[in-house]
Ligand binder design. Sequence first.
Ligand code: ARG
Length: 466
Amino acid sequence: MADGTDTKSSNQMWGGRFASGPAAIMEEINASIGFDKKLFAQDIRGSIAHATMLAHQGIISTEDKDKIVHGLNTILSEIEAGNFEFSRSLEDIHMNVESRLAALIGPAAGRLHTARSRNDQVALDFRLWVKEELQKCEQALTGLIAAFLDRAEEHADTVMPGFTHLQTAQPVTFGHHCMAYVEMFGRDRSRVRHAIEHMDESPIGAAALAGTGFPIDRHMTAKALGFREPTRNSIDTVSDRDFAIEFLSIAAIAGMHLSRLAEEIVIWSTPQFGFVRLSDAFSTGSSIMPQKKNPDAAELVRAKTGRINGSLVALLTIMKGLPLAYSKDMQEDKEQVFDAAESLELAIAAMTGMVRDMTINAARMKAAAGSGYSTATDLADWLVREAGLPFRDAHHVTGRAVALAESKSCDLAELSLEDLQAIHSAITDKIFDVLTVEASVASRKSFGGTAPSEVRKQIAFWRARN
Ligand code: ARG
């Protein structure tokens, strides 16, 4: 055949699954159209900017430029309407578009590739794609932060147990816990913004690796494509995939945050905890156990993180040890980024929905907040403040009070004044003011602390920035 795919018969030893011999194997390993067709809009946008610049610089005629731009716009509509036939023998999106352009406008199509190479072309297309994806992530994270701010406001006074080692530690407010996630996703969003700034340079015009002898204007194409400026080193430009690796790193860190949230939702929604109830939209029933309501969406978010981490490690490994400049290894960058982007977008959307929809069981949270001697630190602090004990001694006295309560199977607040005074004579009935969970949280007014008044300040700070 003309494209040479089945000129040889399949090799007996290693060609088992290939109908038509080595040429078909080469095509299968070489072709990227199966996934890089996702870049069609960026490819066409880049080509229109490039052709326009070539005509502006007198490198091609205006007439040819007009034909090229018209042809490219036709192709764009064909692809958008699903009327475009992608061909694997044309390898990738760049050659698929160019070949169709030749069919549409004839020889003028051959002038489009003047002063560029597929090496700077793919670097451009992919960079544009990743930049747009980062902008989508920024929006999505803003939505997730907004969901947490609303829940935090609603529950600034709702007391829950705070944990360390997943053991009850000290009472906190649910609003404060929500605001911890606001900080985390806020950091993710600022990483996204920095990455957009980092990558905001246009690769087109680096050509194969050495630049070009044609009098191109790279500032013009950079501006037309919405970049701050052109990249400065043509060798680096076609070798660089830092922008993709930065995207994956950011995705991996955000994914780690999302999976911690997912895990907390899994724990909180168990009947044993009962802190939250997921909406039907984000849970599923069991086909055999009618009582169950499973947090499947949260579990899948937890799992997506594994995929994203895999993509980051894959691309770091692909790029590691590659000599400058372009090598075909780099074609393997795209699927990792596309897959991670899809996982991340879905995970943020699912968590935003879950956070907005879940019902908070404040009574359960409060009951749990009071168990496990969670106000023991408050007792110790009171002894320091009111009785002048050194903290270490106060800690010891409190330990004895906890042991006594444990032996009586009651809470600290249920011990009698006589019991407490037997442990330390300086204790007065004022101690009972700090043994409730409400008093405990209200007292923690240090900057960034869990007191409802502090949490409201944190909410106001973030509202102004979201
Ligand atoms: N499909 C290729 C990629 O994704 C485009 C660049 C090809 N360049 C080359 N010199 N073969 O990396």
